[in-house]
Structure formats: C-alpha cells, structure tokens
Design a protein around this ligand. Structure first.
Ligand SMILES: NC(=O)c1ccc[n+]([C@@H]2O[C@H](COP(=O)([O-])OP(=O)(O)OC[C@H]3O[C@@H](n4cnc5c(N)ncnc54)[C@H](O)[C@@H]3O)[C@@H](O)[C@H]2O)c1
Length: 356
C-alpha cells in the first residue's frame, strides 16, 4: 500500500460516476493519498447522498453531465488533463435494466465507448481502467463454477449484456484504434458484488436489509440460496488502483481484463448474509418472498488467481468481515448519528493499516 500511496500523490485522476456509491469511496481514498481528483456524475443517481454527506463536492472538481455526450466529456478531459481515468459511470442495476433496457445499453456501452474515443489522441492520458462487472460472463448456472477472465462473455439480463458489450468495445479499441498508443494502458475491471456504507440502491441485498431494519419491517429475501462474490468496497478499489499504476508504468504487460472478488472459500449464501446482518445490527427478521417477474442468476463466483498472481492484489477481508464492516458503517452513521466523514475515513485508515 505504501507504493500505491506514493504513486497517487499529486496525480491528476478523473473518476466518472464519482457521485455514486463506489465513486464516492474511490474519491475519498484518492484524496487520502494526496491525488488531485476530478469527478463526473449525472442522473439517475440513487447514491448521491453519500457523495454530498462526505462533502466531496467541496474536495474534488466536479462536473455533472451525461456521459453519453461525447463533446462534454472531451471538454472535461481536456480541462482536467488526467493521467489516469477510472470509468465507473453506469446504470448499475439488474432489475432497473429490465425496466429500461435501451437506456441501460446506451449508458453502459456508449459511456465506455465515449471514454475511449475522447481519450484516444490525448497523450497525457496514460492509464484507463473501465469498470464493467462480474456479470459480464455467460452464466451457466453451476453452483461450483468460478468465472475466470478466459470464460466467454454473455449476460441474459440487459444489465449483464450491456457490461459484456462494454467489454467487447474495450477489446476492440485496445486491439485496433488504440493499438499504436504505446504509452496508455487500457483494462477492464470485473469486480464482484460490492458492499459498504452509503449504498442505498434498490434491490441490492445490503441496502434492502438496512432499509427494512430501520423501518422495522421484515427483510424480504428473493433467493435465499443464491450466492454472489460479495466484497468490501475498498477491496476492488485497491485492485483498480494497483492495476492503473501497473499499466501506467508498463501498458503492454498489464492492459487486459481483470477479476476482483473475494476468496472462493469464503463464499456465503443470501440467507447466511442476512443472518449476519441481523446478528450484527442486534435485531431484525426476514421472510422469503420469491419473485418470478425477472430472471436473476442464482450462483456467481469469480476466479481471482490472475489478479493475485500478476498484480499482487489480494482481498484482505473475508465475506463475513466485509459484512461486519459494512453494517458497522450504517449502525454508526444512521443509528448512533456519528459523522459520516469520520466513519468513512476511519474505515479507510483501518483498511490501509490492514494492508501494510
Ligand atoms: N456496486 C456493485 O456491487 C457493483 C458490482 C460490479 C460492478 N459495478 C459497477 O461499478 C460502477 C459503479 O457502481 P455503483 O454501485 O457505485 O453505482 P451507483 O449507482 O452508486 O453510481 C453510478 C454513478 O454513475 C453515474 N451515472 C449514471 N448515469 C450516468 C450518465 N448517463 N452519465 C454520467 N454519469 C452517470 C451516477 O451519477 C453515479 O455517479 C458501475 O459501473 C457498476 O456497473 C458495481
């Protein structure tokens, strides 16, 4: 971690989707490392409360515009002159994607396309990490399967397919249009299901549980036996930072696609996660309410050996610890009314010290 902190000090970094859940944590982490952060965000944004409660609008240079507007994106990149871009802006929700498929494909695929198109001739951009998803793989419904970067892309629901589309766009640009840009690394990052304080997105397990507990209603579980590669938000963000640094220094070697997820052995089911949450919060109850309206894949786990071997990245929190830290954040901020800036910074400090 010492190397990463040193590297990011005073670097100009552009984060798209800065105003979202992962974006707000990434901006906070980068600011702690002394980076000069430029952020882009827009609507819809289910998580803007976190960004503004952390006063990030006063700490970074923020511009709100639609990522699909190539002209505005180009102007913002020219204005901020970043050496590294993290592209997180997206419509990130599966059930929302069934309701708004055109919009989801448009934002997720065209947004990715625009980042690559806008940066292609800007020589000061040296490293681009484009955030896609663990859901970009063709899910074969096997309980024991761990998807590796070599597995085929797919995605039945529009969100997953939009992220697989983004992957194809990235491959195409890297291997054709940007083939001769020797000084710029380009990678896609496929993180697992990310958990952490301040996420209020609908139909995501942790936010749904917290909302139900705070409203004193039963937690409704759609698929108790399903599992996902749940991981604490700082784990994949650490992966993005390591990846961006490595491909900045050696674009040829590290420009690729990368999985970031928890260790397979710490795999847990939805039911187990909900039991942890109730236990850590101190009260709460659940009921199973299956929904047949929208297809959701039952099992999803990632093979993270490539990132461990080549990036020397590894998760330091298992799934249980990740849930614990996450619930602690909500408990402190919403039950104990502690300051969200202090709670977030304390968790970042703790995570950094756990990585030394
Ligand atoms: N949270 C997870 O579990 C998870 C897992 C895998 C991948 N991801 C990916 O990580 C990224 C961030 O996810 P998140 O959970 O922080 O989502 P989020 O909803 O909290 O944030 C999304 C961000 O994108 C911005 N945005 C949306 N539409 C936009 C548009 N048209 N133009 C510009 N900005 C726009 C929003 O303003 C917000 O800043 C997404 O690409 C998502 O697909 C998330």
């Amino acid at each position: 971690m010492r190397d990463i902190i040193k590297f990011y000090k005073n670097k100009k970094i552009l984060v798209t989707g800065a105003t979202g859940f992962k974006g707000a944590w990434l901006c906070s982490l980068l600011l702690k490392m002394g980076a000069k952060v430029y952020g882009a965000g827009f609507t819809p944004n289910k998580n803007k409360h976190l960004f503004y409660s952390l006063s990030l609008n006063k700490k970074i240079k923020l511009k709100l515009f639609d990522i699909r507007n190539l002209d505005k994106l180009y102007k913002f990149i020219k204005f901020s002159k970043p050496s590294i871009i993290f592209h997180l802006a997206a419509q990130p929700l599966v059930i929302e994607s069934y309701k708004k498929p055109l919009f989801t494909f448009d934002v997720n695929a065209r947004g990715t396309l625009n980042i690559l198109e806008a940066s292609k001739s800007l020589n000061y951009v040296r490293s681009i990490v484009l955030i896609t998803s663990d859901k970009c793989y063709k899910n074969i419904g096997d309980y024991k399967k761990k998807y590796s970067e070599k597995d085929i892309l797919g995605g039945l629901d529009p969100y997953s397919a939009s992220k697989a589309s983004a992957e194809l766009i990235i491959n195409s640009y890297r291997d054709s249009i940007l083939k001769n840009r020797k000084n710029c690394g380009i990678s896609s990052a496929r993180a697992g299901n990310v958990i952490g304080g301040g996420d209020w997105s609908p139909n995501r397990l942790i936010p749904d549980c917290i909302k139900s507990i705070m409203n004193k209603s039963k937690i409704k579980i759609r698929n108790p036996n399903s599992n996902r590669p749940w991981q604490f938000v700082l784990e994949p963000l650490k992966g993005y930072l390591i990846l961006a640094k490595k491909q900045y220094k050696n674009p040829k070697r590290y420009s690729s696609s990368w999985n970031f997820g928890p260790e397979y052995k710490s795999k847990k089911s939805v039911l187990e996660i909900v039991k942890f949450i109730i236990n850590y919060w101190g009260f709460g109850s659940m009921k199973i309410q299956k929904s047949k309206k929208f297809h959701e894949d039952h099992y999803l786990q990632l093979d993270i050996e490539k990132a461990k071997k080549y990036l020397k990245w590894k998760p330091v929190y298992d799934v249980e610890k990740s849930v614990h830290v996450t619930i602690d954040w909500y408990h402190k901020v919403f039950k104990n009314k502690e300051n969200s800036i202090d709670v977030t910074n304390d968790q970042i400090d703790q995570y950094i010290s756990d990585n030394y």
